[in-house]
Structures are given as structure tokens and as C-alpha cells.
Design a protein around this ligand. Structure first.
Ligand SMILES: [Zn+2]
Length: 238
């Protein structure tokens, strides 16, 4: 993947699917469809509600939260008021829920957020909250199926453990044969280059904290399981 693709400033690596409707990396299409049809046989409608997201979209989310035009939440999901907060606290609050533009794994096209469409009305905004995927939750069945079968199709969850960075996101799946090499290419320098000269809110704080943000929110994720370990060239190690 080129630096432009890694940071969402190109979509040359992306394919738009009509069914299910989503945009993903070209190498993700086949395994996604295979996993989806296996899930369907088990009674689940494995539906991506978010796939590829570009830099401009991530920038709009970022600036919207800084400006109070989008909801800014604390770690417990309570509403915060950006105007009354220290700049560094705003940056921390945003990064708990949303990636810095250029640093979203959704730029890679290897990531999808999924729900079970069989138990959720079409068109109704997807409830991406951990309790829905936990035991007793509306998506608990799909969640258990993914625990057992996602790796068979190359997928795993990079945000399961609370590592003090991004909040746990059981709905977020990553296709390791694409994301593992992408992670290795996604250096601090690549991220800094993507942000250079960009009209982004709180740029001074970002500039000062970038190495720390990179360590805590970009690198600090769960690794693929051993059976999905890939070398930097994308071939299996074992
Ligand atoms: Zn996601």
C-alpha cells in the first residue's frame, strides 16, 4: 500500500461493493463474501455498516468534534462540552472514540464494522456499543460466531482489549493479510507527512503530542492471532 492509500488520501486500493453495500480493499472482497455466506448459513446477516473511510471524512469528524458540531463523549459515553475544556483534554476525548485523520485503520480498506442485519431493522442507525455484542446483547449470537469462525476467513479484532488507547470495539473486524503489512508500513513519519499543512483543529496539540498519539492509539492494538501472523510482505510466516 502506498503512503497515500495508508492515510486515506487515495482510494486506488478500494472496491465499491453493491451487496453488501460497502467499500473495502480489493483483497478483502472475496474473504468478506465467503465469511458472509458462511454466517448466513448459520442464520446471521453479517452486515458491514462501515468500511473504507477517507482522510477528508475523518478530518470532518475530527474538526466537527473540536467545534462542538458533533457529539464529544467521555470514556463512559457522557456528553462533554468542548468549549469548556482544555485543548489536550479535547484531543484525548476524541481519540478514545475516533482516530486522528491519517491514522484510521478504516483508511486501509481492511477494516469493517459489522452488525447482524437479521436482528436489526434495515436503515436504522447501527448501535455500535459493547453491551450489544456481549452475552445477552442483540448481536451476541453473531459475536460468538465471529469468535469461532472469523479467523478462518483471515479476520480478527484489533480492538478487543482495553489497552488505555482506543476503546474496545467488538464490532470492528480487520482482515489481517492486508492490515498486518499496512500496520508495519504505517510509521510515525507517514502519519506526520499526511498531516503536514492540513487545516486541522488543535494542530498545535497534535504536533506536540504526535509521537505519543502514535504509540498510544495507532500501534497499541491487539495483534492478529498466531494462525493469522503474516510477514511484512504479506506471506504467511508459518
Ligand atoms: Zn471500526
Amino acid at each position: 500500500m502506498t503512503s497515500l492509500e495508508l492515510t486515506g488520501r487515495s482510494r486506488a486500493h478500494i472496491v465499491d461493493l453493491a451487496e453488501p453495500r460497502c467499500a473495502v480493499h480489493r483483497d478483502v472482497v472475496e474473504p468478506l463474501l465467503a465469511m458472509r455466506s458462511a454466517a448466513a448459513e448459520a442464520g446471521f446477516d453479517l452486515l458491514p455498516v462501515s468500511g473504507f473511510r477517507d482522510f477528508a471524512r475523518q478530518l470532518a469528524i475530527w474538526n466537527g468534534k473540536c467545534r462542538g458540531e458533533r457529539e464529544l463523549l467521555d470514556r463512559d459515553g457522557r456528553l462533554l462540552v468542548a468549549a469548556s475544556m482544555e485543548q489536550e483534554a479535547i484531543v484525548r476525548a476524541i481519540l478514545h472514540w475516533s482516530a486522528l485523520p491519517g491514522a484510521s485503520r478504516h483508511h486501509w480498506g481492511s477494516e469493517i464494522d459489522v452488525i447482524d442485519g437479521a436482528v436489526w431493522p434495515a436503515g436504522k442507525p447501527a448501535p455500535l456499543a459493547s453491551e450489544h455484542y456481549a452475552s445477552g446483547g442483540v448481536f451476541a449470537g453473531l459475536n460468538a460466531w465471529l469468535d469461532r469462525h472469523a479467523a478462518e476467513y483471515g479476520f480478527y479484532r484489533p480492538y478487543v482489549t482495553d489497552r488505555g488507547g482506543v476503546q474496545p470495539e467488538p464490532w470492528h473486524l480487520s482482515y489481517a493479510p492486508v492490515s498486518a503489512p499496512a500496520m508495519e508500513s504505517m510509521t510515525l513519519e507517514v502519519l506526520a507527512d499526511a498531516l503536514a499543512g492540513v487545516d486541522i483543529d488543535l494542530a498545535a496539540v497534535i504536533g506536540r503530542r504526535l509521537p505519543e498519539i502514535y504509540q498510544r492509539y495507532v500501534v497499541n492494538v491487539d495483534a492478529p492471532p498466531p494462525e493469522l501472523a503474516f510477514s511484512s510482505r504479506g506471506s504467511r510466516l508459518s
